[in-house]
Design a protein around this ligand. Structure first.
Ligand code: AVI
Length: 338
């Protein structure tokens, strides 16, 4: 996969290498090779991401938990219909989902909760305990991509009884796509998966202090580093390699950069030396050559201020219904209507 265009790793290295603080404005016209962000989410990556949600410096989870703890009654009351359907796009931390389900049960609402994930194992792990804890709620796992789920909702979860559908896109998953992709995805959500009266609850991380974002994405215990570097283990397996055979961790490191002007955290691998990686692609030999210091893009985590959110709504056509900010005002949960 290519990021923006053809590779130009040497320029990337030269431009980034002067940056010692790590909080910087990366040079915009630099083109680097990329690996799809999705490789971060093999079963091991999902486990490590779950560890990240327990890291204090990763403020996003605590902020979101606090909103759900304080506002679940209101959310369940106003935005979850009786005999309604809840659809969570990407099962995240079930700790916050519990608050919402608790509120729904205490309001004697009966709902079906659909959870989407790319991993059957993670669906089972997440849903089994919830099914035991909330016997009055029906749980259904959906295995597939976001876009698969939109078609499934359109074709199979059409509303026939007047009850509403509540879609959940939580954590800060919206940040892992570009702003343009995010707006396009929300437009598809609106067009394919929402009818009048339905809502989308969307978690958004805000443009916070650069140092706060930087520490969240390069935490002192190295959990984020382990999460990102695990992506290389997954790439190795995709190419049929053994652990550490193709991309030894002695030869690659994690680079975390926060571009405050663009409100965008960028995660890269850096090749620590000039090296060749030989793999088979579709049974044909293929050689990747990396320069010493070359950066390889792996993940964006994009942050939004009020203007950015307004633009997102204009572009997707979604309407503002309500929003809740956490106490630290670093993170917000938005209720969008069709
Ligand atoms: C899953 N996603 C919303 C996380 C984020 O904040 O972008 C993934 C992550 N990457 C590094 N730390 C956490």
């Amino acid at each position: 996969a290519r990021f923006d265009a053809e590779q130009n790793g040497k320029r990337a290295f030269n431009n980034y290498n002067n940056n010692t603080a790590g909080v910087s404005t990366p040079i915009q016209d630099v083109l680097v090779r990329s690996i799809p962000t999705l490789v971060l989410y093999d079963d091991n990556g999902l486990d490590i991401f779950n560890d990240i949600t327990h890291v204090d410096e990763y403020y996003i989870t605590n902020a979101e938990m606090q909103i759900f703890k304080d506002k679940s009654d209101e959310i369940a009351q106003a935005h979850v219909g009786n005999n309604g359907v809840l659809i969570e796009l990407g099962v995240g931390s079930m700790r916050k989902t519990r608050y919402l389900l608790d509120a729904i049960v205490s309001q004697n609402k009966s709902v079906t909760y659909y959870a989407l994930d790319l991993s059957a194992q993670s669906l089972t792990q997440s849903l089994q305990p919830l099914a035991l804890q909330f016997p009055s709620i029906k749980f259904v796992g959906l295995l597939g991509t976001y876009d698969d789920s939109l078609l499934y909702i359109k074709d199979h979860l059409a509303r026939d009884n007047g009850s509403t559908r509540t879609l959940l896109w939580l954590g800060t998953s919206i940040g892992n796509t570009t702003r343009k992709e995010a707006a396009e995805f929300l437009e598809r959500v609106k067009r394919l998966a929402m009818q009048d009266g339905d809502v989308l609850l969307c978690g958004i991380d805000r443009r916070n202090d650069a140092s706060v974002v930087k520490t969240a994405y390069d935490d002192p215990k190295g959990v984020t580093r382990a999460f990102i570097l695990n992506g290389l283990r997954h790439v190795e397996r995709i190419f049929g390699g053994e652990t550490g055979e193709l991309f030894p961790l002695s030869k690659f490191e994690y680079v975390s950069l926060y571009n405050a002007d663009l409100g965008r955290h960028e995660a890269y691998y850096r090749s620590l030396e000039k090296q060749r990686v030989e793999v088979d692609v579709d049974s044909l030999p293929h050689v990747f050559e990396f320069e010493e210091g070359e950066l390889i893009f792996i993940e964006y985590s994009i942050k939004y201020d009020a203007e950015d959110i307004k633009r997102l709504m204009d572009q997707s056509g979604l309407r503002w219904a309500k929003e809740w900010l956490d106490q630290t005002e670093r993170y917000s949960l938005h209720c969008f209507a069709k």
